[in-house]
Design a protein around this ligand. Structure first.
Ligand code: ADP
Ligand code: MG
Length: 282
């Protein structure tokens, strides 16, 4: 069962002078059990797109199919609670939404709402805290005493603790230093592998995406602009730059060398790969 957007449109403030079409004619299939990235410059429609997957936003037209449910315009889907249990969404800058007295209670909030018993909640809180690299002793602290990076982890753990089949993270690494960024990406991968979950990762950093996902959807001006494997997408480096995206340095270098006559394929993603190709040329 895959996830599908069919002819989806989303207009904010319809019928007013502030009407704004943030999604236009979106047709998209996302394979379950895989890691897919959604990239695009600020304002291209990424957050609007992913908020349809748990019916936080409803389409103005068209429909979305996810976990066997249909989300259509104007009617909240039946079994909304079940949908939100299956589809977990971590917002951009989720650390601003922490509100409980302790880290433990914050992570336990989602599973608590699912009506699980205390032992199961406890198991999930500890497991997801471990998964995002939060030490046991932090669980009894106030989330407001933690660093920004730790707060972000608490928020991600809170969604992971609901064990969603589809985990969506909207720019989970925005504003983190490179080490924090790599750790969080590794933790998301670990969730994907242990739970066999579908993961959708929204990002505007191409470097991090190239190394972490199987498929990339590029958004531009409310449309799906490209859709393919990292290699297919990065082979179109110039168009990506026109869409306001930073192409990985190594891809630009490889393209430059190709233009100068070296026999290098398009869409090189990794330094090691370029080194290997160059060594073979001699
Ligand atoms: P992205 O996540 O790619 O930065 P968004 O989906 O947040 O893009 O926004 C797409 C467009 O929709 C932007 O032009 C944004 O200003 C507009 N938009 C987003 N949210 C709202 C809203 N609640 N009301 C009106 N316009 C909005
Ligand atoms: Mg956004």
């Amino acid at each position: 069962m895959s996830i599908a957007f069919r002819q989806v449109e989303h207009t904010y403030n319809p019928g007013t002078p502030f009407a704004y079409a943030a999604l236009k004619g979106i047709d998209l299939e996302i394979e379950e059990g895989k890691v897919t990235a959604v990239i695009g410059e600020t304002g291209s429609g990424k957050s609007t797109l992913v908020q349809h997957l748990n019916a936080l936003l409803l389409p103005t037209n068209g429909e979305i199919e996810v976990c066997g449910k249909l989300i259509k315009s104007k009617e909240k889907p039946k079994n909304l609670k079940e949908l939100r249990r299956n589809v977990g969404l971590v917002f951009q800058f989720p650390e601003y939404q922490l509100f409980e007295e302790t880290v433990y209670k914050d992570i336990a909030f989602g599973p608590g709402n699912m009506g699980l018993d205390k032992e199961e909640i406890d198991r999930r809180v500890r497991e997801s805290a471990r998964m995002v690299g939060l030490a046991e002793e932090l669980l009894e602290k106030s989330p407001f005493d933690l660093s920004g990076g730790q707060k972000r982890r608490v928020a991600i753990a809170g969604v992971m603790a609901m064990e969603p089949k589809v985990l969506i993270l909207d720019e989970p690494t925005a504003g983190l230093d490179p080490r924090g960024r790599d750790e969080i990406l590794a933790q998301i991968r670990a969730y994907h592998e242990t739970k066999r979950a579908t993961v959708i990762l929204v990002s505007h950093s191409m470097e991090e995406i190239a190394r972490n996902v199987g498929r990339i959807v590029v958004m531009r001006d409310a449309h799906v602009y490209m859709d393919g494997t990292p290699r297919q997408v990065f082979a179109r480096a110039e168009e990506l730059e026109q869409a306001g995206l930073d192409v990985p340095q190594v891809t630009i270098l490889a393209d430059e060398l190709r233009k100068r006559g070296l026999d290098i394929p398009a869409g090189v993603l990794k330094k090691e790969e370029l080194v290997e190709i160059l060594c073979r040329l001699n």
